[in-house]
Design a protein around this ligand. Structure first.
Ligand code: 4NP
Length: 160
């Protein structure tokens, strides 16, 4: 994005479960903190383009006070690597995919989301798609912890 504000993109496989929840958690945390940050999410696959989030993701977000029903899935594209300052993969497989498709002149820093949490470096956010409903609560817990860590980091950026 054309100004200097941080621009953060979350990326999972389908953009219907984990990355929309990460987007919602950070939007909420950033609003609470009064920060100006561009936030979006995308998938590495084209499987769900244009679709609303998984109903279980919509439900867990709603239980925690966030409405994501209007989000629509999209696939990451080459321009994202210059539009965003930071691209966070939700898991190691999608991190590998991102590193494989990143243009050589990519401006964005590409890393694993849970690396922002001390003690969770290298961990993936488990894919809840094929599991029990409770997996979506676990996803929410992980993305809220990451959002909180990101807000703390963004606040230190603002001070410097
Ligand atoms: P997400 O979860 O990557 O967190 O959005 C998935 C969504 C869909 C599929 C796999 C994971 N799928 O196989 O369609």
């Amino acid at each position: 994005m054309s100004n200097n504000r941080p621009a953060i993109l979350f990326v999972c496989l389908g953009n219907i479960c984990r990355s929309p929840l990460a987007e919602a958690a950070l939007r909420h945390a950033v609003e609470q903190a009064g920060l100006a940050v561009d936030i979006d999410s995308a998938g590495t696959s084209d499987w769900h383009i244009g679709k609303a989030p998984d109903l279980r993701a919509i439900a867990v977000a709603r239980r925690h006070g966030c409405d994501i029903a209007h989000y629509r899935a999209r696939q990451i594209n080459q321009a994202d690597f210059s539009r965003f300052t930071h691209i966070f993969a939700l898991d190691g497989a999608n991190l590998s995919t991102l590193r494989g498709i990143a243009p050589t002149d990519a401006a964005a820093e590409v890393s694993l989301l849970l690396d922002v949490i001390a003690g969770r470096e290298g961990d993936s956010v488990t894919d809840p798609y094929f599991g029990e409903d409770s997996g979506f609560e676990d996803t929410w817990t992980d993305v809220v912890a990451a959002a909180d860590a990101l807000v703390s980091w963004l606040q230190t950026q603002n001070e410097s």
